[in-house]
Design a protein around this ligand. Sequence first.
Ligand code: FES
Ligand code: CO
Length: 325
Amino acid sequence: MIEASHWHPVALADALQQAPLAVCLLAHDLVLWRDSTGAVQAFADQCPHRGARLSLGRVADGRLECPYHGWQFTAGGRCVRVPALPAFVPPAAHCARNFEAREARGLVWVRLAQGDLDLPAFAAEDDAELRKLNCGPYDVATSAPRIVENFLDMAHFGFVHEGWLGARNATAIDDYQVAPTPTGIRATGCKAWQPQSSVHATGAAQVEYTYEVTAPYAAVLTKVPEAGRTAVAGWRESIALYVCPLTPETSRVWFRLAVADFESPDAKLQAFQHTIFTQDQPVLESQSPKRLPLDLRAELHTAADKASSAYRRFLQGSGITFGVC
Ligand code: FES
Ligand code: CO
């Protein structure tokens, strides 16, 4: 499964404190916990002794303790204590199943298989003139690729986001450019007429979007409104979409916002994104099948959909199998 070698977001970093945290990735139940250095550890959420869920246990002295017989595991998975046999020194093979985990961008990331891939690219992350904050999680009853495809889709703005990102009297999609990239696809020159393009928009504006698929289940959009149409001079923003594929038909979603606004409270910036995504969610959950069809003959396409068609071809060419059909 090629998607196992990609890094996926599994939790907000702040959600992982003293207690172990159960998460799911690619249909694997995992437990996250912090070792004695504060680093994130990710194990299979199944004790190698009798299969109890390690996430029901506790963390003590930099060790994860199973809730059933109290076996203790250190960073990397090694069992170091079997309370029923205090003198027993467990051999190296007494191990919980351990996965690579890291903390970045306010999220915990895990990969299930080794590889040389880095986190999905997000140029705005290193741009000191943009403030970064996260929005989510949202639990969505559909596949990860359906959510990415919706993020690339401008033709729904006048309907799903009427009065916000679009209007019924301005639904035409001008031609735009799509090209494959090493990590997915890039769509440029995407234009939309938007009544309220961001939390700071002072009136309807023509907004130009660039979309980039940065990993099978991640994408970035950058939007620049026409000059003078926001209350913040030089406004531009980048939004990264990060989807955790929980099961083939359920997902957990975060947005990482990068905005030229260091004044507004987090809640105000998050509220706009929240409004937009909760407009998307019921339509997303209504789509059938929930898995994204990669056979282009399975659904109908027009020239306005060429970004999503290119995304489907990219997934097909990558050998992605989770969340597609
Ligand atoms: Fe975990 Fe026995 S099942 S210690
Ligand atoms: Co939408």
